[in-house]
Design a binder for this molecule. Structure first.
Ligand SMILES: C[S@@+](CC[C@H](N)C(=O)[O-])C[C@H]1O[C@@H](n2cnc3c(N)ncnc32)[C@H](O)[C@@H]1O
Length: 239
């Protein structure tokens, strides 16, 4: 059944099992060649240091300790935030994409090189529309972001909704095709911006294709430009 928030595009990808691991495959794909998230591809020679100079690292800045990745997808940005030393709570609402996200996290937890950053990540199969209003600021709260049942307002909220299927080619195209065909355009994303600005304590970052209009038509406070993508940064209002 078609979900009301999606405009699903042609091409059917199904979630299949290969040796106990989930992968998204199209008709004709051989088992083991399907789409999975591979966070290893984000490993950089000197880790957080080189990431800090890249557009996402520059958009995040130095003072961010906790973040919600509200539209996690395959978790590349989730992992990049964790690599920067940030504790991340990540939400993904699509069940198939969430299965790949959960698998990527599980594999990273048992990978010698990825496990330290993976330990800073907590994921939930959840909708940001439902979860953003549950974030609360607690004065003097000292536990990590995601150990509380009623979550603490994070320093940062990252939004990266699908935009009409048009994306920069920062990731292998098969992944983009699978994601586009599976979740379509996130046509209900505009309303996330106000909610995020109200819930974060420091900033909201919206990842956009370089030429896409700003989310909800709202001009950002500043912009960090990459080759194919840009990061629109908004000062946040919660306290
Ligand atoms: C462009 S992808 C995110 C890619 C991700 N930044 C990465 O690095 O892999 C957008 C994802 O957000 C999810 N999404 C969109 N709206 C959402 C919402 N309200 N709550 C949770 N997930 C949402 C979609 O299902 C899709 O998987």
């Amino acid at each position: 059944m078609k979900s009301p928030h999606k405009e699903t595009q042609a091409g059917v990808w199904t979630l299949e099992d290969f040796q106990g691991q989930p992968e998204l495959r199209q008709a004709g794909d051989k088992p083991g060649t399907g789409v999975r998230a591979d966070w290893k591809s984000l490993r950089l020679p000197d880790g957080a240091n080189s990431l800090r100079n890249q557009p996402l690292g520059r958009a995040v800045g130095k003072d961010i300790r906790t973040a919600v990745d509200a539209t996690a997808g395959l978790g590349y940005d989730t992992y990049a935030l964790a690599l920067l030393g940030v504790q991340v709570l990540a939400w993904e609402r699509d069940a198939n994409v969430f299965a790949l996200l959960a698998n990527a996290l599980a594999r990273s937890q048992s990978d010698e090189k990825l496990s330290a950053a993976a330990a800073r990540i907590h994921i939930e199969h959840a909708s940001a529309h439902t979860r953003l209003p549950t974030l609360r600021t607690k004065v003097g709260f000292t536990l990590p972001l995601f150990t509380a049942r009623e979550f603490v307002a994070p320093d940062l909220i990252l939004l990266d909704p699908m935009f009409g299927g048009e994306r920069g080619a920062a990731k292998p195209s098969k992944e983009i095709q699978a994601l586009t065909a599976t979740v379509g355009a996130d046509v209900d994303a505009d309303s996330l911006l106000d909610m995020a600005i109200a819930a974060a304590t420091q900033r909201v970052i919206v990842k956009r294709a370089r030429l896409a209009p700003p989310l909800a038509g709202r001009e950002p406070d500043w912009v960090i430009k990459g080759k194919l993508l840009r990061f629109d940064v908004y000062r946040a209002g919660a306290l």
